[in-house]
Design a binder for this molecule. Structure first.
Ligand code: KIV
Length: 283
């Protein structure tokens, strides 16, 4: 635990080389644990669509769906910098939507920043949100909301030409007033070049070790999400297995009459059961 970090803290960390730690979270309990161990940032990502709701992708997620998750995370993590992720459709039509939905995150969930996906094409939205006095984080590289256009979740910025396009996007995002940038699924070399080119903090998920900080999807790193595992995911635990073992043991113990033993049972005061039996005999 500790004091909630500010954007100024993250800028200083970029200068000093101290790495920022960032995970996703979608519920109170995970957020509380992240708060306890001193994670710097939490993203309430639209990955909630896949990790919690079982959708095949992030596109169905709505503002009304992600808001309660963000509120719960804020309650669990009062000392962590919380980021609300603008879902597909929440900022695509115009800058007014982008501002209004960012305002919703701030007013209803007390977030510290919002995030949106895309390069130069979303700079008007970034500028409008920043002009509204809110912190906004850009997101380039693999951008799951446009995975259909990208042909799936494929690494981006692999060639000099592709990396240059990403770099130009990154510079445009900084110039539009973004407070931070997230780069996803690019070679480590591309991650390093973008990080060094920008004065704002650059976070990476699958962007190598040289970014100013790392983001991991909590369900991936804890081994809870088993549908697929991107190359850049390190599993720090295998909770899905632990859960299956626990559930199987519960089933076995109930079937075998081993659960609940007396330590898990409430007990009547001495004599009350006999008294009840006598009352039942009379009636
Ligand atoms: O929604 C999310 O968790 C994200 C990550 C994929 C970066 O945006």
């Amino acid at each position: 635990m500790g004091k909630r970090k500010t954007i100024q803290d993250f800028r200083q960390m970029k200068q000093s080389g101290e790495k920022v730690t960032w995970i996703t979270s979608y519920d109170y309990h995970m957020a509380r644990m992240a708060n306890e161990v001193g994670i710097n940032m939490i993203l309430v990502g639209d990955s909630v669509g896949m990790t919690v709701y079982g959708y095949p992708g992030t596109l169905p997620v709505t503002m009304d769906q992600i808001i309660p998750h963000t509120e719960a995370v804020r309650r669990g993590a009062p000392d962590v910098f919380v980021v609300g992720d603008l879902p597909f459709g929440a900022y695509h039509a115009n800058v007014e939507d982008a501002v209004m939905n960012s305002v919703r995150f701030y007013k209803e969930c007390d977030v510290d920043a919002v995030k949106l996906e895309g390069g130069k094409r979303v700079t008007p939205q970034i500028r409008a949100i920043a002009d509204g006095g809110m912190l906004v984080i850009g997101h380039i590289g693999i951008t799951p909301q446009s995975s259909a256009v990208m042909g799936g979740f494929k690494a981006q910025g692999n060639t000099a030409e592709a990396a240059k396009i990403l770099l130009d996007d990154a510079v445009a995002i900084e110039e539009a007033g973004a407070a931070m940038l997230l780069v996803e699924g690019v070679p480590a070399e591309t991650g390093k070049i973008i990080t060094e080119a920008l004065s704002i903090p650059v976070m990476g998920i699958g962007a190598g070790i040289n970014t100013d900080g790392q983001l991991m999807i909590v369900s991936d790193m804890l081994g809870l999400f088993e549908t697929f595992t991107p190359k850049f995911v390190k599993k720090y635990a295998n909770l899905a297995n632990e859960i299956r073992i626990a559930l199987q043991q519960y089933i076995n113990e109930v079937h075998e009459g081993k659960f609940p033993t007396s330590e898990y049972c409430y007990k009547m005061k001495t004599g009350e059961a006999d008294k009840l039996k006598a009352m039942m005999m009379k009636s």
